[in-house]
Design a protein around this ligand. Structure first.
Ligand code: 5GP
Ligand code: ZN
Length: 142
């Protein structure tokens, strides 16, 4: 994609601090460094978001995430855990529309990082869960 910043990074038209690359993915430091070591894993094929993956691409990309995550974790002995994030759609805070997975190393439970959703279970009856469950089942691809 001509005007895609991550396609330009893949083509080395924009420099990046690459930590892993093969024919399927590229992994490089997120410029924001939400926490030290914050890394992005992107497919080399331009897909805008998770909804655009087919099973073959998903298998290939997801298969590579654990070893990249292990290397990031091993790179610094003070990394205790990691959040893996994938934002889809502007409403979900996606700002670059070339799909990517954030590997965000965690050092403490009070890192400068927030990922909060409320527990709304008190507002849900069994019927509410079942209605949502059935609608998702009805839309599942074969
Ligand atoms: P999103 O908000 O779409 O989930 O995440 C996009 C990420 O891309 C942001 O964390 C942002 O810091 C990162 N980013 C945007 N432009 C560049 C760039 O030119 N180089 C690098 N390395 N990261 C970028
Ligand atoms: Zn792209």
């Amino acid at each position: 994609m001509d005007d895609c910043i991550f396609c330009k990074i893949i083509a080395n038209e924009i420099p990046s601090y690459t930590v892993y690359e093969d024919d399927i993915v590229k992994a490089f430091l997120d410029i924001s460094q939400g926490t030290p070591g914050h890394t992005l894993v992107i497919p080399k094929k331009h897909v805008p978001d998770l909804f655009a993956y087919d099973e073959e691409l998903a298998s290939a990309v997801f298969a590579r995430i654990p070893k990249i995550a292990r290397a990031v974790k091993a790179s610094n002995p003070t990394i205790k855990g990691m959040n893996v994030l994938n934002n889809n759609g502007a409403v979900a805070y996606q700002s670059v529309f070339h799909s990517h997975f954030h590997l965000v190393p965690r050092y403490t439970d009070h890192d400068d990082f927030k990922m909060i959703f409320k527990d709304n279970s008190a507002n849900y009856s069994a019927a509410d869960y079942q209605k949502i469950q059935q609608s998702i089942i009805d839309h599942m691809e074969d």
